[in-house]
Design a protein around this ligand. Sequence first.
Ligand code: HEC
Length: 209
Amino acid sequence: MKKIAYALALVALSAPAVAAEPNWGAGADDAAFQAMLKSGFREKGIAKLSRLDQDAAQAFCSDPKNASAKDNAGQREKIEAENMATIKWPSDGKWLGDWKEGEKVAQSGRGLTSTDKAGDVNGGNCYNCHQLSPKEISYGTIGPSLLHYGKLRGANDETLRYTWGRIYNAKAYNACSNMPRAGHMGIVTEQQMKDLMALLLDPQSPVNQ
Ligand code: HEC
């Protein structure tokens, strides 16, 4: 009896080693996976299936190997440079709009759903990930707190440029940033960008009180 128990235990022990690894394919670029993903969605209104197509940065960052690899600094830098090249700077050279409007944009997560229309104004959804005005106590913490952002950094040229670029296309600074590329993806307009800039950097903004 004992012998059989040992034999079974041995089989059980050796089983994981001999069992074939489940084959999930090569990752997000695997054709079977892509087909499965696409079959789970359907187009409706402005929400097209092309939203599932990944650009180089998204494909790179979706591969778990890349998230942990230490030797891919070169690839990350390339992605950041490509994203940096997409940034449209303010067309009239003015960085700051109206912080009151910026607060509305930061508060709103509306837009781009299948029931919205092309050309509708979207929100920036910033409070979903950041603390901004101390008056808003409901905020997410995926991103760092931006409370006192302008007060801490001042509105020098370098900060203005960095902040604009960050909001426009966060992957220009961090290839695998979790922050949506608000300008690059056409989520916010140039005017909304300026209003968000004012929310962060205008000394009158509640963010800087
Ligand atoms: C899904 C979460 C998410 C949303 C939504 C988001 N951010 Fe971010 N943000 C981040 C993360 C994470 C970082 C940290 C840097 C990184 O990983 O890119 C960050 C960094 C920043 C920074 C740089 C902070 C620093 O100390 O240098 C600014 C400025 C910023 N976000 C502004 C905004 C604004 C304005 C909005 C709304 C248009 C916004 N973010 C929406 C996640 C988000």
